[in-house]
Design a protein around this ligand. Structure first.
Ligand code: ADP
Length: 534
């Protein structure tokens, strides 16, 4: 067979050729933009020519601090398209972490949304490698800023050559993108994505038994473009000629519901907190969501109650997926097999709240205390992965040695696997609760609690215990209106029939809000400290 390199730029060239009329709909701060892939292609070529003029060379890092919109999409292709490296920076990280990752990645230029300029102005002095800034705005005049040199995206774009060629003299293993983990566990760690990895991952998103993204879809990525490349969707959707809807900086539940109705969105992706918000909005408003054929949920475990609401009340198929920054990210996808279609509704929801089976192309191993675990859904072990879109190291980081061992990526996620090969994430290694020598899964307890009608969010953490080593404590946020009617005893009684006695939380603490990470995951470390002081 021929050895032709798999390159990110070639995906865009394909869209230009075959899907020139298909649209990208993009909400920015001030405006709704509707562009075709022909427009996007021309603008990307102009951007590559501008970057070249500005001195960006092969291998240089091009940073972005931006929300989900068409300009961000353009940088997704322009940077790797000319041989540079797209570095999406998580806006919601702490200022210290943002400074660290920009310097660590050695970004040479940074593209910034106008509302994020003040943040960059604050850290400007600490950035050691950045030579230029570009602001993305619809306003005709440049915002006043202390950043220097600062260019306006639209202004410089128009000076670029609309016929500038994509680079083809590249190796498919060259870096195309990079992303830092969202720091649920410590200082962010960098992952470099190769062209080959991104292209093969895009193929995986098009498989009929995963997301099945196709030309006829209208895809709205709610997951931020700085969170593991919006789970790879912008690459795959562009390649397949899918209509893309970008909800922009103010992606409130109301806006999401309106966009779903207005643009007849067929598939949308985000973390559970996004869907909890949308669920509330759908309860209050009257929206037509009949176009939706799939809600994709990942990033943390989707509570069964949430899946049930979308599946049964709104008749929207809800798909649970699992992955991580290190895995580009798609690893497992939850779909009922053909012979599981006649399960009862309850059984189906239970099945759908598992994280699913491995996507073709990857390999997994689950290692427990005594080697590989049996597929009995009981034994727990750490999930190990390998495959063409799994990272082989952290970028210039000594922590690589712990996570990448003998050719396998150690995910730090503890799982069980059933006879079907369907995995269930039980916890992160550090979040499991060890009580009397046995393990308790905080995730299991959380999901069970969130199935109670009064519970909006629940997070279970371990507290040290003299007798048992650790004991679980539940932190709960109630839905409005339930504050005076539901107490600790009722929730414990609700859990009792579902768990062994020693699994039941010792206490339930009611809170107004559960602290979350930059991408909407429960911040267990902080919660553990809060609970200790309680
Ligand atoms: P961080 O590692 O900083 O949280 P990531 O966004 O890469 O950043 O998170 C990956 C982790 O998120 C996984 O290792 C896993 O613990 C968790 N995760 C992702 N998807 C799911 C899911 N569907 N269910 C449970 N946990 C998930």
């Amino acid at each position: 067979m021929m050895q032709t390199p798999l390159l990110v730029g070639s995906m865009l060239e394909h869209a230009e050729k075959f899907f020139a009329r298909k649209q990208v709909i993009s909400q920015t701060h001030d405006k709704l933009h509707v562009l075709t892939y022909a427009d996007i292609g021309r603008r990307i070529r102009q951007l590559m020519s501008v970057l070249t003029e500005l001195g960006i060379q092969k291998g240089d890092r091009v940073g972005t601090l931006a929300w989900n919109h068409h300009r961000h999409l353009e940088i997704y292709f322009a940077a790797p398209g000319m041989g540079a490296v797209l570095h999406t920076i998580n806006i919601r990280l702490s200022v210290e972490h943002i400074v660290h990752i920009i310097n660590h990645a050695e970004d040479k230029i940074i593209f910034i949304d106008e509302d994020i300029l003040p943040l960059v102005e604050k850290i400007h002095d600490q950035l050691t490698t950045v030579e230029a800034f570009v602001v993305m705005t619809d306003k005709p005049e440049m915002p006043t800023s202390t950043l220097h040199p600062l260019y306006s995206y639209e202004e410089v774009l128009h000076t670029g050559d609309p016929a500038f060629p994509f680079a083809h003299d590249m190796d498919e293993n060259d870096p195309a993108g990079m992303c830092y983990t969202s720091a649920t566990t410590g200082k962010p760690k960098g992952v470099m994505y190769s062209h080959r990895g991104l292209v093969l991952h895009s193929f995986a998103l098009g498989l009929a038994d995963t997301q099945a993204i196709s030309e006829s879809d209208v895809f709205m990525a709610v997951v931020p473009q700085f969170h593991a490349n919006a789970w790879g969707a912008p690459f795959a959707c562009t390649w397949f000629g899918t209509t893309q809807v970008f909800p922009g900086p103010q992606f409130t539940p109301k806006r999401l519901a309106e966009f779903i109705e207005r643009y007849r969105v067929t598939i949308t992706a985000g973390v559970p907190t996004i869907w909890l918000g949308l669920m509330k909005e759908l309860e209050q408003g009257n929206y037509d969501t009949s176009s939706l054929r799939a809600i994709l949920c990942g990033g943390s475990a989707a509570p069964a109650g949430l899946i049930r609401a979308f599946e049964t009340k709104y008749k929207i198929p809800f798909y649970h997926a699992y992955g991580a920054t290190e895995t580009t990210p798609l690893v497992t996808y939850s779909r009922l097999k053909s012979y599981q279609q006649d399960l009862t509704d309850d059984e189906k929801i239970k099945e759908r709240s598992r994280q699913g089976i491995l996507v073709p192309g990857l390999e997994m191993k689950i290692i427990g205390e005594n080697g590989e675990v049996a597929w009995n859904d009981k034994e727990m072990g750490e999930l190990l992965l390998r495959g063409p879109w799994i990272a082989s190291e952290y970028y210039k980081d000594e922590r690589s040695d712990q996570a990448f061992v003998d050719g396998w990526f150690h995910t730090g996620d503890v799982v069980t696997v059933d006879q079907e090969g369907t995995i269930k994430i039980m916890d992160r290694t550090g979040d499991l609760i060890k009580s009397g020598g046995e393990w308790i899964s905080s995730l299991d307890l959380e999901n069970a609690l969130m199935a109670h009608e009064a519970v909006f969010e629940a997070c279970v953490v371990a507290v040290p215990d003299e007798q048992w080593q650790e004991r679980p404590i539940a932190c709960v946020v109630l839905h409005e209106g339930y504050e005076s009617s539901v107490g600790k005893d009722e929730l414990i009684e609700f859990l009792r029939p579902q768990f062994a006695k020693w699994w039941l939380p010792d206490d339930v603490i009611f809170m107004d809000e559960i602290p979350k990470t930059s991408v909407g995951k429960f911040l267990k470390q902080q919660l553990r400290d809060q609970v200790k002081q309680h």
